[in-house]
Ligand binder design. Sequence first.
Ligand SMILES: Cc1cc2nc3c(=O)[nH]c(=O)nc-3n(C[C@H](O)[C@H](O)[C@H](O)COP(=O)(O)OP(=O)(O)OC[C@H]3O[C@@H](n4cnc5c(N)ncnc54)[C@H](O)[C@@H]3O)c2cc1C
Length: 503
Amino acid sequence: MPGPQQRAAALDRLRAMPHWDVLVVGGGASGLGCAVDAAARGYRTLLVERGDFAGGTSSRSTKLIHGGVRYLRQGDLALVRRALVERARLLANAAPLVRPLPFVIPAHSRADLLRFAAGLKLYDLLAGARGVAPSATLGHAQTLAALPGLRDDGVVGGVRYWDAQFDDARLAIALMRSAVDLGATCLNYCAVTGLLKSGGKVRGACLRDAESGETFEAPAAVVVNAAGVYADAVRRLDDAGAMPLLTPSQGAHLVVDAGFLPGDAALLVPETEDGRVLFAIPWLGKVLIGTTDTPRDDLPDDPLPFADEVDFLLRAAGRVLARPPTRADVRSAFAGLRPLLGRPAGATATAALSREHIVHVAGSGLVTVAGGKWTTYRWMAEQVIDRAAAVAGLPPGACVTHGLPLHAAAGDEAGLPGADRRLHPALPWSEATVRFAVRHEAARTVEDVLARRTRACFVDAFAAGEAAVRVGEIIAEELSLSPSRQAALVAAACAQAARCALA
Ligand SMILES: Cc1cc2nc3c(=O)[nH]c(=O)nc-3n(C[C@H](O)[C@H](O)[C@H](O)COP(=O)(O)OP(=O)(O)OC[C@H]3O[C@@H](n4cnc5c(N)ncnc54)[C@H](O)[C@@H]3O)c2cc1C
């Protein structure tokens, strides 16, 4: 069914459905994972996202499916082991969107080399039979060969280990399509504006379609709040005095040309000037450099790197790369807000706490999932839907997502017009990609296509800005948009591209 009809059918279901089993708020990794899990158990599932799927943090990550060498250093072995289990599942269920990636940690002293090698052997042990490949100690020449862009100033050797890389927004779309395949209704540009309550219990939600302004009431046995850094705001719709669960923190990335770190391996610097880990990772023909950790509580929808974050990343990269990148080399800059758990002051006896995420059940029955990371979304969703089903008294159903292959990662664009016409000489995507995104992946705006169905805005914001007009023409054709709506979508996408280009 073409895109416009799909959305119309989903809105019709909203109007007609007398009662949902599970209503999920938020279309990022956490919410989409919950929708897949709930639908796979046979529950009537509705997911609503007020912007685009993965428009929040879930398209702005470092794009690693990893155990987390950082957590290893912190001694959180259980967390690392769990993430490594989920890494293996994702490599099996979401290939080729998730793929193995070698990392090299350069060492500048023998003591560091031994320390890194021992740490990564422990990482291997924790992965056990699910490991991608064992870590290995490299000599000086091997380290420089593995990382051709590395600055050779006192490097004595390095350690190579394996983790996995993914395309976060594309995995989100694969999850959305998997949920729909399983019978769920998933709607972007549809916000939860209030909660339906009776007898002190949450009985559903009030929704607003951002495109038409139409409002709906969606009764549901249980509401799952998976609103990322906005989860506390959704909790306040239930209880105005709810204590915050989250302490958001911004992380920024810069994207530069592949020439700064040619080759297939990623570089990990275990300690920068302020003790943070720095990654430089080959991604979609570019190099992704990140990240930072800056507390931020104003929660903008489209956070941008602060000037001092850009300076820090350029300085830190310049210390380890033979050719230090400058601001003029940045092809794109982006930031995301981590939903980090704060002190669980609002936790009650019904809260199930863990080091990385929390599943919180309010007295009203509102189920909130907060914290966690992309890598563990499936495991989180399993726990959330177990709790949600119990809270709502739904017939118990076993989680089946452990071995569930996700919807095919890439779109089949063959046969669509424009397969042989590139959107821009510097971008690998074609005009057919845009049509496919609108018809089959719920893209509604120029920005949806440039930022999340393709990753143009993230890999080359300059080229993305230049492609916006053509993308707008194709979307207008596909969705029969008015000239004024088309112009507004192009203008919004150009403005976003300019922000990512640090203009
Ligand atoms: C810089 C950075 C790097 C990271 N790197 C990695 C990594 O490499 N690997 C990894 O595993 N994890 C990583 N993470 C963590 C991971 O990205 C997040 O844990 C994950 O994306 C959070 O997903 P989420 O669904 O909880 O939140 P989000 O993706 O923010 O989704 C929440 C959604 O809820 C929607 N929403 C809010 N209010 C409403 C409402 N009222 N109605 C409807 N919808 C609403 C929002 O629009 C938003 O889209 C990183 C995070 C950051 C910030």
